[in-house]
Structures are given as structure tokens and as C-alpha cells.
Design a protein around this ligand. Structure first.
Ligand code: GAR
Length: 214
């Protein structure tokens, strides 16, 4: 069975979408491990409820500087080793709010994918052209849903891409556009983006699993 490790930092609604598809028999894959750097990530509870293996790999607090860099490198190593112990075919970053360096990515070459709650272009550029031909900024970083609202963008959306060392970049696997409504708040927009993300993550994982199996 195509094995998936899910890394998350928060609510885990995308993990839930994967687990529901797995239970319905439509995923063609099995979530075998859920990992978080946050003990209070609700996604860990969702995994425990299903009887899945979970790992909490805390990021040690350290002041900026060489000590922090060393602590961070050691943490990435622990994260990679714990994940690799479950021999995943695919590592899914589903709301994982830490940037991973090549030190982690090299453990799973070409096998890490990320969900991003904004539209990213295929060329790694600064703009994205919507299906209606509108050119909007390609929003990267941790606060892109709020940015889409504050910039007054007419449309935003979500992207699933393979992870490379460049943050919020890499070969695109799927995207969906979501209109931004005049009275949207970051929370209301994010809810509608998540509806699309839940659909897309299941489609992408199912298609990667199918490809590996064929
Ligand atoms: C999702 O919207 C995902 O795209 C985003 O976090 C949310 C997680 O939701 N990821 C990032 O912002 C990564 N930089 P969930 O915890 O309910 O699945």
C-alpha cells in the first residue's frame, strides 16, 4: 500500500479529508504516520482517534544565532529520522508551518508535497495569471490568506506543489481558484479555500498513488 506521512502544525482538516477518503476506499493510499512540532496541534488528536502512529517532535526554543541554527538542524534531523522510520512513499505537508531545508528534503527526494493557501505560478515568478487573464501577485509565506483580503484581490485560491529548497515554489501538482468576496474576512476566505484544498489533496494523493502502483 502507498504509505503517506503527514506533517502538520494545526487543525488538521486536510489530514481529515485524507483519512475520510481512505476510510471510503477512494484514496488508494494509507496514512501511516502524523507528525507535528506542536503538541497542541489538533491534527494529532484526529490521528490518535483513528489509532494512527503520531509523533511530536518539538522544536527546541533557542535565541537567534549559531545555537539556534544548530538546534534547528538537529531538530530537522530528528524529524527526518522519525518520518523515515515509517518508510513513506510520500510526505505531505498539510498545514506544516515550518520551512524545511535540503537537510530534510534529501531524505525523501522528490517525495515531499506542500499545500499552499494561495495561487502559485509554474515558473516561480512574482505573479500569477488567473483563468480570466487577471495578473495578481503570487503570495508566499505564512500569512497569504490575510494578504489576499487586505490587498483587495478579486481572486485567490490554493496550490499543491512538490517541495524544493525554494520556499513556496516547485513543480505544480494542482491548483484551484477561489473568488474573494467583498465582505470576506481572512477566516471566511480561508474556510472556502479549505473546501477546495480538501478536494485537491485527495485527488493529488490518489493520482500519485495510482501512478506508483501502475
Ligand atoms: C491550509 O490552508 C494549508 O494550505 C495551510 O495551512 C492550512 C492548514 O489547514 N498551509 C500553509 O499555510 C503552509 N504555509 P488544516 O490544519 O485545517 O489542514
Amino acid at each position: 500500500m502507498y504509505a503517506i506521512a503527514v506533517l502538520l502544525s494545526g487543525a488538521g482538516s486536510n489530514l481529515q479529508a485524507l483519512l475520510d477518503a481512505e476510510a471510503a476506499g477512494t484514496l488508494g493510499a494509507q496514512v501511516t504516520l502524523v507528525v507535528s512540532e506542536r503538541a497542541d496541534a489538533y491534527g494529532l488528536q484526529r490521528a490518535l482517534t483513528r489509532g494512527l502512529a503520531v509523533a511530536h517532535v518539538p522544536l527546541p526554543p533557542a535565541p537567534r544565532g549559531p545555537a539556534r541554527d544548530a538546534a534547528r538542524a538537529a531538530w530537522e534531523l530528528r524529524l527526518a529520522a522519525v518520518t523515515a522510520a515509517f518508510t513513506p512513499d510520500l510526505v505531505v505537508l498539510a498545514g506544516f508551518m515550518r520551512v524545511l531545508s535540503p537537510a530534510f528534503l534529501n531524505w525523501f527526494p522528490g517525495r515531499v508535497i506542500n499545500q499552499h493557501p494561495a495561487l502559485l505560478p509554474a515558473d516561480g515568478g512574482a505573479t500569477y495569471t488567473t483563468s480570466a487573464g487577471l495578473v495578481i501577485p503570487a503570495l508566499r509565506g505564512a500569512h497569504v490568506v490575510a494578504e489576499a483580503v487586505h490587498l483587495g484581490l478579486p481572486v485567490s485560491g490554493c496550490t499543491i506543489h512538490r517541495v524544493t529548497p525554494r520556499v513556496d515554489d516547485g513543480p505544480i501538482l494542482a491548483r484551484a481558484e477561489v473568488p474573494v468576496l467583498p465582505d470576506d474576512t481572512p477566516a471566511s476566505l480561508h474556510e472556502r479555500i479549505k473546501v477546495e484544498e480538501h478536494r485537491l489533496i485527495v485527488e493529488v494523493v490518489a493520482s500519485l498513488a495510482l501512478r506508483q502502483g501502475s
